[in-house]
Design a protein around this ligand. Structure first.
Ligand SMILES: C[S@@+](CC[C@H](N)C(=O)[O-])C[C@H]1O[C@@H](n2cnc3c(N)ncnc32)[C@H](O)[C@@H]1O
Length: 156
């Protein structure tokens, strides 16, 4: 099984890439964390927000592996503690399917894509900039894995 962060937006600032890479490289071989970037719709074409989100949703759909578990990152999703996220991670591993953690662009994710999700989670009740979600999520997943392994990185 692998974890994929499928995120709208390309050419992120160096601090976003190095923050993500720092935690992705710590993941074990049996649970790799991979970033799949999806091109954001240009904000200069005069399209409506709904049309831009629909175009981004089509690209996300095309990037998802078949039969993956879809987890939407959404500020209105369920709250998770680190321990609860570790529990999810354990359940996902038992299920065995790849898990796609989907992060929207500047306007968020289309309602249709959100309703296709198996679950919706949030990292905070604050609205986060989409670039910042990548390293935060990578760290949260790494931390959750260390909980399952009783690794000293996570301290109660
Ligand atoms: C700038 S936010 C979009 C805000 C938009 N108003 C909305 O309603 O989703 C871009 C993306 O970052 C992610 N995101 C932002 N805040 C988040 C949070 N607190 N928890 C989890 N994901 C978040 C979501 O995937 C969102 O689609």
């Amino acid at each position: 099984m692998k974890l994929l962060i499928v995120a709208v937006g390309t050419r992120m600032p160096a601090w976003v890439e190095s923050g993500f890479d720092e935690f992705a490289r710590r993941m074990p071989r049996e649970l790799p964390l991979q970033l799949v970037e999806v091109k954001a719709e240009p904000r200069t074409t005069g399209k409506t927000v709904d049309a831009m989100m629909a175009a981004e949703a089509a690209r996300i759909e095309a990037a998802l592996p078949p039969r993956c578990r879809r987890v939407i990152l959404d500020e209105r999703g369920s709250d998770l503690t680190t321990i609860a996220l570790a529990g999810r991670l354990e359940a996902w591993q038992a299920e065995g399917a790849d898990v796609a953690l989907i992060v929207g662009g500047p306007d968020g994710l289309s309602p249709a894509l959100k309703s296709s999700a198996h679950e919706r989670i949030r990292l905070s009740s604050l609205t986060l900039p989409h670039a910042l979600v990548r390293p935060l999520l990578a760290e949260a997943l790494y931390r959750a894995w260390t909980v399952l392994k009783n690794h000293p990185y996570h301290r109660e």
